[in-house]
Ligand binder design. Structure first.
Ligand code: IPE
Ligand code: IPE
Ligand code: MG
Length: 251
């Protein structure tokens, strides 16, 4: 009886996902923490604490499902515009991840890479970022990009500046610049573009996430709020993605 129940649960949770045809790279805009807290009469910061737990859980689920790359939007270049108390809470949650995330990830084959402008953070914070990257650099299961002080436009601007310097130094000429040159100078250099971008919270926008890389990404929106997002929802998004017809401008 128990076995039958478990079997049914497993079947139900598969959402008809074809595990041989998974999206290689999934981007996730972890949105809706504030509204989740508000609905419960809590301060917005309470929503961020639960959202941080959801983040770690979903990373684990994505790895178990067999996803190769996940990019999570944790803090945008525009999120500095929030009240200081909220920014401070977000930073201390991030610091907790930098301090204790490795222990919680122990035994999981996850390689962590931070994308975004880290120069805005203190030396100590930057050291912690580097430590986490170094400690996981030989892992080859799931590549997790954590977008921190990340903005898609800032990323492209940064790439343009780096390319300009290289042209000035004679490393290549303007006529050599093509789309791959730009891609190679983004924080995600060498990685495939996201196949699927997931955004909960009921907003239908990218909010400056992976502006270059998302040119042909499939988008999946949901009214769920990030703290409520579960493995079931991830499987649902993947299953929907697998029904799409990606044409890339062809027929
Ligand atoms: C996403 O949740 C977390 C960050 C932007 C860091 P929000 O804080 O944006 O939650 P809502 O959109 O206000 O509900
Ligand atoms: C996008 O969410 C940024 C992150 C989830 C980190 P926002 O809540 O900042 O986006 P807007 O303001 O609704 O566009
Ligand atoms: Mg939001």
């Amino acid at each position: 009886m128990i076995m039958l129940k478990l079997k049914n649960l497993f079947k139900k949770s598969e959402h008809n996902v074809d595990f041989d045809n998974l999206p290689q790279h999934i981007g996730i805009i972890m949105d809706g923490n504030g509204r989740w807290a508000k609905k419960r009469g809590l301060p917005r910061t309470g929503g961020h604490a639960v959202g941080a737990k959801t983040f770690e859980k979903i990373v684990e689920d994505a790895g178990n499902i067999g996803i190769k790359i996940v990019t999570v939007y944790a803090f945008s270049t525009e999120n500095w515009n929030r009240p200081k108390e909220e920014v401070d809470t977000l930073m201390s949650l991030l610091e907790d991840y930098l301090d204790n995330g490795l222990e919680r990830l122990a035994g999981r084959d996850v390689k962590i890479h931070f994308i975004g402008d880290r120069s805005a953070f203190s030396d100590e914070f930057q050291k912690k970022i580097c430590h986490m990257e170094k400690a996981t650099e030989t892992n080859s299961g799931l590549l997790l990009n954590v977008a921190l002080n990340y903005g898609g436009r800032a990323e492209i601007l940064n790439a343009v500046k780096e390319i300009c310097h290289k042209v000035q130094n004679g490393e290549f000429s303007c006529s050599d610049i093509d789309e791959k040159t730009i891609s190679d100078h983004l924080y995600t250099a060498g990685q495939p573009d996201p196949d699927l971008i997931i955004r909960p919270s009921g907003e239908y926008r990218l909010s400056n996430f992976l502006m270059w890389q998302s040119a042909y990404s499939e988008l999946w929106f949901s009214n769920l709020l990030w703290p409520d997002f579960s493995k079931e929802n991830l499987l649902e998004a993947i299953s929907d993605y697998q029904k799409r017809n990606r044409r890339f401008g062809g027929v």
